[in-house]
Design a protein around this ligand. Sequence first.
Ligand code: UT7
Length: 357
Amino acid sequence: MSAPPTQPRDRAAVLCGLAGWLPPRVVTNEELAGRLDTSDTWIRARTGIGRRHFAEPGQATSDLAVAAGRRALRSAGMDEVDAVVVTTTTPDRSCPATAPLVADRLGLTGAAAFDVSAVCTGFVYGLASAAGLIAAHVAERVLLIGADTYSTIVDPLDRTNAIIFGDGAGAVVLRAGHSDEPGAVGHFDLGSDGAGEELIMVAAGGSRQRSASGPVAPQDHHFAMRGKEVYRHAVTRMTASARATLTLADRKVDDIDRIVPHQANLRILRSVAEDLGLPSERLVTNVESVGNTGAASIPLALADAAARNTIHAGERVLLTAFGGGLTWGSCLLTWPALARTDRPHDNPHDTGGTQEP
Ligand code: UT7
């Protein structure tokens, strides 16, 4: 009897390192209620958020990204990669991208480095971009960092947005491997609807409303969101995208052990899990302690869950996100056995081995 023909195994990006980093300054609901017309009770009831972290004045997104990136490289046991992808809505500058600076500060000068901009869907878009680099043999190892400092663009007197957002960074390392290995990322579903541009925006500072060409009203530099409409889109888009991903992968909802949605608002996360028919025990959330951290939110939730041992090797994990654009996206993976990851809250002054940031 002849041996069965060997099937070529598909090349795929495999998650092999994970970390998060939060700036030390904790801002409680009580602190916000001291200067805004709000209360801990309102914030907890409407969002599930209890506190968040803010960068110090002068601390930029790259500072957080470097700290998370260094920890993720350490988690992967790597000191070199071929590409660094940073996904953020709050880059250090509108030009150049933040990724080359982050790569340089991590000792990765020479690696390909670029930013991905998809607001709160940034991490899933970044994951697809990084996986594409690996699938196309452009890179063997990619460091992907989601980092945001919303405290730099949210109006501190805007009680609706000031209570939701926090700062932070989360990072993963991906290596070339095979689609049947634990940690292999995919399938993906990505989508957008630019007709919803005005639901989430910073009006000024781009080519449409240039700061350089005349005075700009201060509020146009601030983050603006039509919360109620965004809320509805977030639930329907994340649910539909999660379902589309399951269909692509020929999986059922029952096959999902953990759902890790973008940490927008606990009520949104619970609605998505409920609409999908997933029991609440399978929902991974850290929104109570960090708020909405934009592109950092999914990797921070993963790092927190991994460090607390609430996500386990072999479990099938569904990531789903929604954000400005409008954009949305989802991704499936089987959780790999990772070296122990530190909680993003632990050792707040540990930036991964140097004095930075
Ligand atoms: O990351 C991208 C995705 N982002 C999101 O998914 C965020 C989506 N939106 C939300 O999470 C929610 O819409 C918010 C948390 C922003 C607001 O919650 P809501 O339950 O939709 O409240 P609302 O906007 O309908 O406001 C209800 C009331 C209003 O007062 P009136 O008009 O009923 O008298 C608001 O003025 O609550 C008032 N309000 C507040 N009260 C106390 C709004 N913000 C606050 C506040 N404290 N911070």
